[in-house]
Design a protein around this ligand. Structure first.
Ligand code: FNR
Length: 191
């Protein structure tokens, strides 16, 4: 099996973010040979096309971090039945300058948690549309709708519910398989 490095973006900058806890849980559940690293977005300023001629260092670092990994998981809450503005802002930085979209050909997976009965399904649907426009292959199954029931996470951050933990392991394995499927195409682009 090939070693993989998967980046993850947390679509919440809340200091008490449940989605960050979910991302940390995924980090711990990663199969052998797979490393998860965060791609931070909190310090990105608001995107404007005025920056296209000379991206600030923080945005260059953000785009480089996406280039440096084999795939990206976006772990996001749902805000008002869509994705949070901070996440959309980050995706807009990634999309530009024109012709240099960071997600072009980058395998992606989406997962998220909220207390609502449909979890983050509406936000994820919008995110799939955005990633499709960016030409990012996206994991279709399994779908990562994690309902944040009380007791989902143990005190130490582990996923307390065994069924959910097993689901997350399978989710990471499925994303690994998607990454492997697209790896030859990505190597050709990089060469
Ligand atoms: C929410 N929340 C929410 N939940 C949901 O399931 N569907 C929704 O449309 C919304 N909308 C929404 C808007 C705004 C502005 C806030 C602040 C919250 C609740 C949300 O899922 C909950 O606060 C999560 O805990 C947010 O994720 P993090 O920040 O804990 O990762």
């Amino acid at each position: 099996m090939t070693d993989r490095t998967i980046g993850y973006i947390v679509g919440s900058i809340s200091s008490t973010s449940l989605n960050r806890r979910l991302a940390k849980a995924l980090e711990r559940l990663a199969p052998e040979g797979t490393t998860l690293v965060e791609i931070p977005i909190a310090d990105l300023p608001f995107y404007s096309p005025d920056h296209d001629a000379d991206y600030p260092q923080v945005a260059r670092d953000f785009k480089q971090a996406i280039d440096d990994v084999d795939g990206v998981i976006i772990v996001t809450p749902e805000y008002s039945r869509s994705i949070p503005g901070v996440l959309k802002n980050a995706l807009d930085w990634a999309a530009r300058p024109y012709g240099e979209g960071s997600f072009n050909g980058t395998p992606t997976a989406i997962i998220g948690t909220s207390g609502g009965p449909i979890s983050t399904a509406a936000a994820q649907q919008h995110l799939k549309t955005i990633l499709s426009h960016m030409n990012a292959p996206t994991l279709g199954q399994p779908e990562g709708y994690i309902q944040a029931a009380p007791g989902l996470f143990a005190e130490d951050g582990e996923v307390a519910d065994e069924g959910t933990a097993a689901f997350l392991v399978g989710y990471l394995e499925a994303f690994g398989a998607l990454i492997d499927r697209y790896a030859p195409a990505r190597e050709t682009v990089a060469a």
